[in-house]
Ligand binder design. Structure first.
Ligand code: PMP
Length: 391
């Protein structure tokens, strides 16, 4: 049987062969502690410095601006908690986030709010675009941090980073961008966007899980979450060498073909969305009018429940995710789609199809055929199933 078509690249990506090779090699050859002063330690230190430079080149930052973390969740925490600690010294207390941030960041904000921390959420419109007028009203001179994702993980809608940077800086606040979904799916660079802090994660980029970074603009002194001497006192703990070297291999590889990958994904995205609409008719595309990532299609098939759709798709050979957050108690409607004005029923019907570097036209055609087979009969009134579009 064919491998399933994997359309869940916003959740994670398969580590590339060069990543596996470099990680395994690092465990064999540079396993010494990079803080040790003996020769094996110094060899590990050199490998770390080299990996830092390779990741920095890809992200468009300096090596010294990179603080390796366990992933974007930790980087987001470091950004927010660091900003609040710094803000307290300057009489700045308010945290301003978008309403559609990653659930981990929103959960942190909710916890802080319950402890008395002032938190404001910038709303989005029905297309998932940030309400800049509302942002203007919320970003005042009592703000400790403005934090917004570069691209939404559910809808792929891009956020106005340059405009927010201008607003934040005019109010004397740093801007943190959760760039987890931007990296490898756009040509965005840290040094060109106006942000002061970037969170990134290697596993969205065909790298390993458990490694990412907070990029901290040169000149900003940022408090550590974990005390210790590593990472210039900004992140204690012996460095995750296989993770960091795997991240470097992934970053380098992504940089080699980025322009081609983006163009291909954009064209496959159009093929997928056009094909599904032509074949199924009752397909709602979230953020259709907005600028979006080239790999993300967040769709609703009538109001068919996402779990049912995904189960049927999987049985037809396509794996994907719902936009909704799965919890132990069941599937909650997506907070992103609720923020866009969808009803809970609609928000529980969203399905996210996210393409990757390895996705090919044949995968898209298989996905359309599978969707026609799996979902077509459930849509009422059913349109006659059409063949997937030719190239
Ligand atoms: N932010 C965004 C926008 C994400 O999509 C994710 C991954 N789902 C994270 C943060 C968390 O990243 P990590 O798995 O590296 O902690």
């Amino acid at each position: 049987m064919n491998e399933p078509v994997y359309l869940d690249h916003n959740a994670t990506t398969q580590p590339g062969p060069e990543v596996l090779e470099e990680m395994l090699d690092s465990l064999r050859t540079v396993w010494a502690n990079p803080s040790s002063t003996h020769a094996p330690g110094q060899a590990a230190r050199r490998a770390l410095t080299d990996a830092r430079a390779r990741v920095a080149t890809f992200l468009g930052c300096q090596g010294a601006e990179l603080v390796f973390t366990s992933g974007a969740t930790e980087a987001n925490h470091m950004a927010v908690l660091g900003a609040l600690a710094l803000g307290r010294e300057r009489g700045r207390t308010r945290l301003v986030l978008s309403a559609v941030e990653h659930p981990g960041l929103l959960a942190l904000a909710a916890r802080l709010k319950a402890e008395g921390q002032p938190v404001d959420l910038i709303p989005v419109n029905a297309q998932g675009q940030l309400d800049l007028e509302a942002a203007r009203g919320l970003i005042r001179d009592d703000v400790a941090l403005v934090s917004v994702m570069g691209a939404n993980n559910e809808t792929g809608v891009l956020m106005p980073v340059a405009e927010l940077a201008a607003l934040a800086h005019a109010a004397g606040s740093p801007l943190h961008v959760d760039a987890t979904q931007l990296v490898g799916k756009t040509t965005a660079r840290f040094d060109a966007g106006g942000a002061d802090l970037w969170s990134v994660s290697a596993h969205k980029l065909h790298g390993p899980k458990g490694i990412g970074a907070l990029v901290v603009r040169k000149g900003l002194v940022w408090p550590a979450l974990f005390s210790g001497r590593q990472e210039r006192q900004r992140r204690g703990g012996t460095e995750n060498m296989p993770g960091i070297l795997g991240f470097a291999a992934a970053a380098e590889r992504a940089g080699l073909t980025l322009a081609d990958d983006l163009a291909r994904m954009r064209s496959l995205q159009a093929r997928l969305e056009g094909g599904l609409r032509a074949a199924l008719g009752d397909v709602h595309l979230y953020g259709a009018q907005a600028e979006r990532l080239p790999n993300t299609s967040c769709l609703r098939f009538g109001t068919l429940d996402a779990e049912q759709v995904l189960g049927r798709l999987e049985r037809s050979g396509v794996v994907a995710s719902s936009g909704a957050a799965c919890t132990a108690s069941g599937t909650q409607p997506s907070h992103v789609l609720l923020a866009m004005g969808e009803t809970p029923l609609q928000a529980k019907a969203s399905v996210r199809l996210s393409l990757g570097r390895e996705t090919r036209a044949d995968d898209i055609d298989r996905a359309i055929t599978a969707a026609v087979q799996a979902i077509g009969p459930l849509l009422e009134p059913a349109r006659p199933a059409a063949e997937p579009q030719a190239a």
